[in-house]
Write a protein that binds this ligand. Structure first.
Ligand SMILES: Cc1cc2nc3c(=O)[nH]c(=O)nc-3n(C[C@H](O)[C@H](O)[C@H](O)COP(=O)(O)OP(=O)(O)OC[C@H]3O[C@@H](n4cnc5c(N)ncnc54)[C@H](O)[C@@H]3O)c2cc1C
Length: 62
């Protein structure tokens, strides 16, 4: 559950960082672009966010 929460919050934060930087945030020359790409892996690797939602809901008996 911690991995799920941290990856979702991390992606949201990095996505906002790209948005704040505007066009520069999208360019590969700036670290903020890499941060968004790197954090996306956290939503895919070791179980995607969707699958983690399924696992958590089962643990909660939903
Ligand atoms: C770089 C990298 C490293 C990885 N490292 C590991 C690792 O160390 N250990 C490990 O176990 N796995 C690892 N994986 C696998 C990863 O955890 C995912 O399980 C795998 O990428 C998903 O399989 P798929 O790509 O075939 O997507 P699919 O299974 O085809 O899924 C595609 C999309 O559909 C969604 N989806 C699939 N089934 C459902 C469902 N029932 N309900 C809702 N949505 C669904 C998924 O969330 C995803 O968004 C890694 C993957 C990558 C890319």
């Amino acid at each position: 559950m911690r991995n799920f929460f941290a990856s979702e919050m991390g992606f949201r934060t990095c996505n906002q960082a790209v948005q704040i930087h505007g066009g520069y945030g999208y360019m590969a020359e700036y670290d903020v672009e890499r941060h968004l790409r790197d954090i996306k892996l956290m939503e895919i690797g070791e179980g995607t966010s969707e699958i983690q939602r399924v696992v958590i809901s089962r643990q909660l008996g939903c």
